[in-house]
Ligand binder design. Structure first.
Ligand SMILES: *Cc1c(COP(=O)(O)O)cnc(C)c1O
Length: 370
């Protein structure tokens, strides 16, 4: 049993400011003021991202559910996404009675491979979800071209991509709509929470109505929904924490990048190990630094987990292919998605991680090949 202090893999960065705003919301944010922090949080997020519209939600899952519903996704439809993902990105497809189509990922970005997405298009394809995994960007040029060619909307699940930029545009601002998560593990947190963003006025109005239990904003009759909508709202207290985080967002992103740079520097000389890529013209927000060992190193997930556990470090496994999980049907032909988790590990990256802790993590990785 290690006597070394525990290194967690994520935890939020909370200062006096978050506590002060949340306290103010709890004490005063009621009645006429019950939306003050929500409105402020949405405005701050719009401005950070450079988008026209933003709707705060209780989760990213809820934001995706409403966005897909607004696009008309329903029974008989197919939605294409990468096999390498967390279930939250695909569950809303199932909620709507549509079918997720899992395609293989690119070996370098670990994100959806546009060629595989193209090959999976059928007359039933209703949308493509581009998930920027661990902060790494999907190839948005190829995906947006593909979407235009077939008239299929490309959606960005940018929950892991706060701080990531594709040729000058922030992740989440490019697709038909973007979604974000403010779960406690994410770069910006409200505890639980999410955001729907879009530049499309029509889509915004549809999601706004859906998000308000189907009540259109022009409806003057009280308690009069025009359709059955959803209840995925963020509370004013959560939004208060979000407002404080948005005032610190540049620092929160910078810290993630500094932590990654430290990993890269300490691990740079290691043969057979790759970390998250940052291709020319892009910026990676590095939500989750991830180490992938080459097949010929013989380093396995099991050995990595054992070595980190022995050092009292909370490192997490790379996402299993969604198609390998019990609710779905296996697609081992997605060879990259099936191969990656066997030789990869997520590294700790919370904002308060110290240099000494980063060195402890790197020492474990360096010890794998000796
Ligand atoms: C965290 C995450 C989600 C889920 O977010 P919730 O707010 O927990 O619903 C969805 N997609 C991706 C890519 C995530 O990383």
């Amino acid at each position: 049993m290690s006597t070394k202090s525990r290194i967690l893999y994520t935890k939020p960065s909370i200062t006096e400011r978050e506590v002060e705003y949340a306290t103010d919301a709890a004490a005063n944010g009621w009645g006429a003021h019950c939306y003050d922090y929500i409105n402020r949080f949405e405005a701050a997020f719009r401005s950070h991202l450079g988008v026209k519209h933003a709707i705060a939600t209780s989760s990213c899952t809820g934001a995706l559910h409403m966005g897909l519903a607004a696009l008309g996704v329903g029974p008989g439809d197919e939605v294409i996404l990468a096999d390498t993902n967390w279930i939250a990105s695909t569950a809303p497809i199932t909620y709507l009675g549509a079918t997720p189509v899992f395609v293989d990922v690119d070996p370098v970005s670990w994100c959806i491979n546009p060629a595989n997405a193209r090959a999976a298009i059928t007359p039933r394809t209703k949308a493509i979800i581009a998930v920027h995994i661990y902060g790494n960007l999907c190839n948005l040029d190829d995906l947006m071209d593909l979407g235009r060619e077939y008239g299929i909307p490309v959606i960005e699940d940018a929950a892991e991509a706060i701080g990531s930029e594709w040729h000058g545009a922030r992740a989440g601002s490019i697709g038909a709509f973007g979604t974000f998560s403010f779960h406690g593990t994410k770069t910006v947190t409200t505890g639980e929470g999410g955001m729907f963003v879009t530049n499309d006025d029509d889509l915004y109005e549809k999601v706004l109505t859906l998000s308000n239990h189907g009540r259109a904003r022009g409806q003057t009759k009280q308690f009069w929904p025009d359709k059955v909508g959803f209840k995925y709202k963020m509370s004013n207290i959560q939004a208060a924490i979000g407002c404080a985080q948005m005032e610190r967002i540049d620092d929160l992103i910078a810290r993630k990048r500094t932590i990654f740079a430290a990993y890269r520097q300490l691990l740079g000389g290691m043969n057979g190990l790759t970390l998250n890529p940052e291709p020319e013209g892009t910026i990676n927000g590095y939500w989750m630094p991830t180490a992938v060992f080459a097949s010929n190193t013989g380093v396995t997930r099991e050995r990595l987990q054992e070595a980190f556990a022995a050092e009292n470090i909370d490192a997490r496994v790379f996402f299993w292919p969604l198609s390998s999980l019990p609710p779905f049907t296996a697609k081992p032909e997605n060879t990259v998605a099936y191969d990656l988790p066997g030789r990869a590990i997520n590294l700790p990256s919370y904002h308060d991680l110290t240099e000494g802790e980063i060195e402890r993590v790197c020492a474990v990785l360096k010890g794998m090949q000796s």
